[in-house]
Design a protein around this ligand. Structure first.
Ligand code: GLC
Length: 515
């Protein structure tokens, strides 16, 4: 691509979410680790992604799979050590891959020294690093759905936690907390990380009146509804810090509010988040009407040339896209085309490039108290057991069809899901229209979703058929099928129909030597 060098890298790449404990295990303890990930960087480079987001690898009692941190400036021995992380950064950079860490600012572990001090007595100097009250209100927590307040026997007050009782919320109104967390960011930025995914960043500011919230009576949890002006002030501080570093370091927020307009507000006046996740498309069923609305809403809330959207159809908190869309491989492939051809930065959750489905857990194998184990299963690398996980049995059971879907089984097959992802990623990299161009909806049969991506010198048309039957999609002019989700009729003249659950990327026929 030419003429795009002035754009920050994070607008031009596809980001891959690594869930480290399930990615690759080098030391054979059944839990993925940093050396395991380093050994697979060539796989990620060959896939064609441009950046990795690493879910938390910090020291943690693992009540919430590492989102309960007891030291922000170290690596949990389960995953390796700081030298491994430094090596990961340099090996990733050698391959042109950026590395993002997960920053969890809303809460620590209850085993963090700050909280241990804070709860020691009301007079402790770290008491107001957390949020203590004599009386609870009606706020509800996520994961277990219970009260967001827990009673502390020793100091005889309640502390606030938007998640598990083992995850007390920090008090960001305390300037010492702000400074301590700024220091955490500097620690990693100085080591060379390229940015952060910020966990539940909209939760940082709390309603200063601590009034009951009627929505909690109706079953909502604070994580879905908390939206306070103070979070924006905190974000502006984080942004100023990050902007002092060279090379376009990036802040990507997890704003878990299910409203695209509210999500967009967290970009501020280009002085808060660079990008945020937007969850309505991840919640959407396999339905063109719902997707059309989600995409139109994004277009409305993220006008061209200002805020830049993101797209994610799976992550470690939700059922995988293939499982949510009913298990069909054709749909899964069509969804890959959708994810990788919209305007904005797409996120691939590890294993979606293999069409993994959720693993089945039983009462014996269940790990997550929030019931989110399904999408967190280990990645199968090899066809034969133990599927590239030598040593102890992995911490969660493998997903279904483990041999057929293993990387080794798919690698050599163009029609495989992995082959399709590689092809889509390379097509996106080479097309200015697809990577950074405008998005414009095209008229189509209601069961189709059709759009045009275009830049000044490049153009593609994408059509996704959500239906179980073929539909006509007539177009003026002559078009070539560049990629088809079922790999049929590629490089051939497009005949004006899209098969059941097929998605196509079309480009204009350039000369008469093409068919
Ligand atoms: C985010 C994470 C989730 C975690 C929660 C608390 O939503 O994605 O896994 O449980 O925050 O940190």
């Amino acid at each position: 691509m030419s003429g795009v060098h002035h754009l920050p890298w994070w607008k031009q790449v596809v980001i891959y979410q690594v869930y480290p404990r399930s990615f690759a295990d080098a030391n054979g303890d059944g839990i993925g680790d940093l050396p395991g990930l380093i050994a697979k960087l060539d796989y990620l480079k060959a896939l064609g992604v441009g950046a990795l987001w690493l879910s938390p690898v910090y020291p943690s009692p693992m009540c919430d799979a590492g989102y309960d941190i007891c030291d922000y400036m170290d690596i949990d021995p389960l995953f390796g050590n700081l030298a491994d992380l430094d090596l990961l950064i340099s090996e990733a950079h050698k391959r042109g891959l950026k590395l993002l860490m997960d920053f969890v600012p809303n809460h620590t572990s209850d085993q963090h020294p700050w909280f241990i001090e804070s709860r020691a007595s009301r007079a402790n100097s770290r008491r107001d690093w957390y949020i203590w009250r004599d009386q609870p209100n009606n706020w509800r927590a996520s994961i277990d759905g219970g009260s967001a307040w827990s009673w502390d026997e020793v100091s005889q007050q309640y502390y606030l936690h938007f998640f598990l009782p083992q995850q007390p919320d920090l008090n960001w109104h305390n300037p010492r907390v702000v400074e301590a967390m700024h220091q955490v960011l500097r620690f990693w930025l100085d080591r060379g990380v390229d940015g952060f995914r910020i966990d539940v960043v909209h939760c940082i500011g709390k309603d200063p009146t601590f009034a009951d919230d009627p929505r909690c009576l109706a079953g909502e949890t604070m994580v879905r509804i908390n939206d306070q002006p103070y979070s924006h002030e905190v974000l502006r501080g984080l942004r100023r810090l990050v902007d002092h570093y060279p090379d376009d370091r990036v802040l990507i927020g997890e704003v878990n509010i299910r409203s695209t307009a509210q999500v967009a507000a967290y970009y501020g006046a280009s002085d808060e988040l660079h990008m945020s996740f937007n969850f309505p498309p991840l919640d959407a069923p396999w339905d063109p009407v719902v997707f059309r609305l989600c995409i139109r809403e994004v277009k409305g809330c993220f006008p061209s040339h200002s805020a830049w959207p993101t797209w994610a159809l799976s992550n470690h908190d939700n059922s995988r896209l293939r499982s949510r869309y009913g298990g069909s491989l054709r749909r899964t492939h069509a969804a890959a085309v959708l994810l990788l051809t919209l305007r904005g930065t797409p996120f691939i959750f590890q294993g979606d490039e293999l069409a993994l489905e959720d693993t089945q857990v039983t009462a014996q194998t269940r790990v997550d108290p929030g019931g989110r184990d399904g999408s967190r299963a280990p990645l199968p690398w090899k066809i034969n057991a133990p599927h590239g996980w030598p040593g102890k049995t992995p911490w969660l059971p493998f997903p279904p069809d483990v041999s057929t879907l293993a990387v080794e089984a798919q690698e050599a097959i163009a029609e495989s899901t992995l082959g399709l992802y590689r092809c889509l990623l390379s097509c996106r990299r080479e097309s200015e229209a697809l990577s950074i161009g405008e998005w414009e909806e095209l008229p189509s049969h209601p069961q189709l979703l059709a759009y045009r991506r275009h830049s000044h010198s490049d153009e593609r048309i994408i059509c996704i058929n959500f239906d179980q039957v073929e539909h006509a999609f007539p177009l003026a002019g002559q078009w070539i099928t560049q990629i088809s989700s079922d790999r049929q009729s590629e490089k051939e003249l497009f005949k004006g129909t899209v098969a059941a659950e097929q998605a196509v990327i079309l480009r204009r026929r350039e000369n008469h030597h093409e068919q």
